[in-house]
Design a protein around this ligand. Sequence first.
Ligand code: UDX
Length: 460
Amino acid sequence: MENQINTQMEQRKGRRLVLFPLPLQGHINPMLLLATILHSKGFSITIIHTNFNSLNPSHYPNFTFHSIPDGLLESEASSSDLVALVKLLNIKCTDPFRACMDKLLSDASQEPISCIISDPLFYFTQAVADSLKLPRVVLRTGGLSSFVVFAAFTLLRERGYFPIQDSQLEEPVVEFPPLKVKDLPMINTVDPNLYYEIIASVVNGSKASSGIILNSFEELEQSALDTLRQEFPNPIFPIGPFHKYNLTSSSSSLLAQDQSSISWLDKQAPKSVIYASFGSLAALSESQFLEIAWGLANSNQPFLWVVRPGLVRGSEWLEPLPTGFLQTLNGRAHIVKWAPQLEVLAHPAVGAFWTHNGWNSTLESICEGVPMICMPFFTDQKVNAKYVSQIWKVGLQLENGLDRLEIERYIKRLMVEKEGEELRDRISKLKEKAKFCLQQGGSSLQNLDSLVSHISKLES
Ligand code: UDX
């Protein structure tokens, strides 16, 4: 058996994978983790990354890095319109990416390339891969359940769900119970048609790829997986949760993680702390920010709050807080700009996660058995939040806007009342399932073996 494994590893040596992450935090983290997983399976790893949100090669001495000029103007890179940003990246990266691939392919000293693994939001890479006669596999960094909704966008448009009308927000999406119209994965953008166009390109590009890798696991999203396997012609490999593989990997954080989060948590009672963080992209108005601050303060629970610079529109950092806000809480609160989230969620003092339900945060919370307060902002976050609160029943979704009294009530329901215990029990069971799928014979490890053998057989 061991000999067989060694021979397979030998065969893969000298096979290179070229990975191309979308340069946003929630997409970089899983791509770099995937690189570490595939490297452990014997592949050589080359990462192509943009200058925008560029990566630090010194964190990954085993990988080769190539930076490409993305040509983004400063105003474009800092724009809050993510839809426009994704479109621009697809336009401006095409030539530099192709040039970089040409160089890699023509360098005889380099190992042969088995395939490109790209984020599906870099949909232009399918045409480049085709023209270079290289297979392309995609890593969908979000969940399966939201992907199935994206895959049905054309149908949902035909059936009149888009553009979303305010009068229909509470109506059910009969194709996807228990979603309501307000849970459809939309985003504020100046050009909704561009958003539909991008989604169509992502879905078609994923269908045209040689395979889809997912940072999820079968036991969590079985029904979405069944749907996708019926609707998509290509193989699908849910091999997550990536961060729970027993492999050493460096942090791919774009912001410095404030370790005082952990020393502060060390001083708190078990399961007493609310960890509040809304990811790398979400933004709040000043009044929303203040409702959150007062809701947390009035809950009487200790809280660790990530206030990313830029979280509050028009403010640098904490200026909107009333003078002396933190002091009056007598050490019951700790605010940082960015936290070591994986360590925070695994800390015994953390009792709940108030999250925007980005997929990474959602999965990380499930893996540590921490129940959630859900406050989605846009796109897949809305679907994830519904799954957390109504399908897996491991969290409560704030549905009626941001109001300090309501927030206080939700925190009590989760931290003090019996309802919270029930959510905690259910998420502990999901945590066990997440653990099990990465044990010998577990679904994700089996899917990883299939993925490795699939990639090894791809013909370039
Ligand atoms: C974005 C999109 O908003 C989301 O819809 C999509 O699912 C993924 O990309 P983002 O806001 O980056 O999400 O959130 P998330 O997916 O949760 O990823 C954030 C990552 O940053 C997580 O891996 C989390 O552990 C990490 N993080 C977050 C930190 O390391 N420190 C923090 O303080 C906050």
